[in-house]
Design a protein. Structure first.
Length: 548
């Protein structure tokens, strides 16, 4: 009996292929953290458990393998919850592990005792307490299997302090890893979907986050080209269909009737591929419930009155698209609306490239980011007005290269998420685009990036307010309140962590500053003043486009 549950847990994590654990140690899980030191797993010490959960989430989203976040009991575990809930609502695999008080006192009122399993159950696919050291192999294997199986999400394990350091027999071993494989689609359902398309006038494809998870990009392009059907994506699905393809309609999910809506307005059949309802309310694309919907995913659709599924095709997305494409014996002609939508998007982007006012317009910031980034570089757009402008306008060409939170829409994920993105793809450049409000929610993780030598660039869109709330108040109330705040000197703030700080003082400075920062093998923070008067101007412009 020379080993402990903590060491068995680490061996089981190694068997799952875990490379990183993000977390903060506590008195109650020191044996686990110590065991990690003797393993192949890199323990990334963070500055707040919320940051650890966001790192685990982004690592899981980019790799498809559950990211692992670790915390102590009580307040440490509770701090994990926002990132854990974000992962579940964004269909991302995460395994969260925390300490818990010992079994010798868990049944009574005691120091730092909170029923953590009950707290985590509503925001995870599975949450449980590990009751004995012998249960570690089975429970950890179950945790990863549940987290990574469609629809993926977060799971949580609480490990009591006395269980963590309890001895285990020398022959205790991790369980073999088995992977749930997607199934082939039903031939009968493919035939039903093909019959529906045979009589369609204006079909349209909506590709969501699930299509990106499933690696269905190439199959989606082939399907679109073979049948002549245009494709829009959700914000979370950006890049699963390249925006420079002539069938691309851009991203859907803006709070008002946007350019891409015109194509949905005339569509009679909606082929949704990997779309999940938490990405946006389907009433925006099917307000009168008249569209016939073919739902293609690895699990059945959620029930919604504005998403009445005519045919559900459940199975591997690429194989489903191929089978449906082969079963439809006609080719559609792109309507003039498709080119109209593409022209409107192109004109708005081109207009942004030429806007040289200061503070910068959001359009100019988006255009310069796109010019500075390579096709497969990764940008994370934090929640707020930044997300709206980046999701609408940022041309994206590969899946998971423009990341947002659109399930829970949590603020503050971009900086810690960028750290995980760089660990997942060290050869790609990573940019966190964030508002000043979201940045200060987890800015302490700059120290983590500097200490761990993880080169990322942070671009702060600075306006001294919660810009999206200001926008919404202006639209609905005609005035705003309680949205303005002060900021530190972000350049000196970044430098105090050991990062490089840059301040943009003219429109023409942004692009060269971005290029310099992205080329630097360290941590850079750029602050750029942004004029958000463009927010209300955009919604006013869109209303005129709709009327015309």
């Amino acid at each position: 009996m020379s080993s402990t549950a903590a060491r068995l847990l680490v061996r089981a994590l190694e068997a799952e292929g875990v490379k990183y654990v993000f977390g903060i140690p506590g008195e109650e899980n020191i044996h686990f953290v110590d065991a990690l030191n003797d393993s192949s797993i890199r323990y990334v010490l963070v500055r707040h458990e919320q940051g650890a959960a966001f790192m685990a989430e982004m690592y899981g989203r980019l790799t498809g393998k559950a990211g692992v976040a670790s915390a102590t009991l009580g307040p440490g575990a509770i701090n994990l919850q926002l990132g854990v809930a974000d992962a579940t609502t964004n269909s991302t695999p995460v395994v969260a592990i925390s300490a818990q008080v010992g079994l010798d006192r868990i049944y009574k009122e005691s120091h730092q005792i909170v029923d953590l399993v009950s707290l985590f159950r509503p925001i995870t696919k599975w949450a449980e307490l590990v009751p004995t050291a012998a249960a570690v192999p089975e429970m950890l294997r179950k945790a990863f299997k549940i987290a990574q199986t469609e629809r993926p999400g977060a799971v949580y394990l609480a490990i009591p302090e006395d269980v963590e350091k309890a001895p285990v027999s020398d022959d205790a071993r991790p369980l073999p890893v088995n992977v749930v494989r997607p199934v082939d689609p039903s031939a009968a359902q493919i035939a039903r979907a093909a019959d529906l398309l045979a009589t369609a006038r204006r079909p349209i494809v909506l590709a969501g986050h699930g299509a990106a998870r499933a690696g269905a990009r190439d199959a989606l392009v082939r399907f679109s080209e073979h049948l002549g059907i245009p494709v829009a994506t959700t914000f979370n699905g950006k890049g699963v269909f390249p925006d420079d393809h002539r069938h691309a309609l851009g991203a859907f999910g803006f709070m008002r009737h946007d350019h891409v809506n015109f194509a949905f307005d005339e569509a009679d059949v909606l082929i949704s591929v990997g779309y999940e309802l938490q990405e946006f309310d389907p009433v925006k694309i099917n307000p009168d419930r008249s569209k016939k919907i073919v739902h293609i995913h690895q699990f059945p659709a959620e029930v919604d009155e504005h998403y009445p599924v005519a045919v559900g095709v459940q199975g591997d997305l690429s194989r489903s698209l191929h089978a449906l494409g082969e079963a439809v014996h006609r080719r559609f002609t792109l309507s003039p609306t498709v080119e109209k939508v593409r022209t409107l998007i192109r004109e708005e982007f081109t207009r942004g490239q030429g806007e040289d006012g200061f503070p910068l317009t959001p359009r100019r910031v988006v255009a310069d980011i796109r010019q500075a980034m390579e096709r497969d570089d990764i940008v994370l757009a934090d929640t707020g007005a930044v997300k709206m402008w980046m999701s609408r306008m940022y041309p994206t060409y590969e899946p998971n290269t423009m990341l947002v939170s659109n399930g829970l829409s949590s603020m503050g994920f971009a900086v810690p998420g960028a750290i995980a993105a760089k660990l997942a793809f060290p050869s790609r450049r990573v940019l966190a685009a964030t508002g000043d409000g979201a940045f200060l929610m987890n800015s302490q993780e700059l120290e983590t990036a500097v200490r761990e030598r993880i080169p990322i660039t942070v671009l702060i869109w600075e306006d001294g307010a919660y810009g999206l709330i200001d926008w919404k108040m202006g639209l609905e109330l005609g005035r705003s309140s309680s949205i303005a705040f002060g900021n530190p000197d972000f350049v000196r703030y970044a430098e105090s962590f050991g990062a490089r700080g840059h301040r943009v003082r003219a429109a023409e400075e942004l692009l060269p500053t971005l290029r310099e920062a992205l080329a630097y093998e360290g941590v850079s923070v750029i602050t750029v003043p942004v004029d958000y008067s463009a927010n209300l101007a955009l919604t006013e412009t869109l209303s005129h486009v709709l009327e015309s």
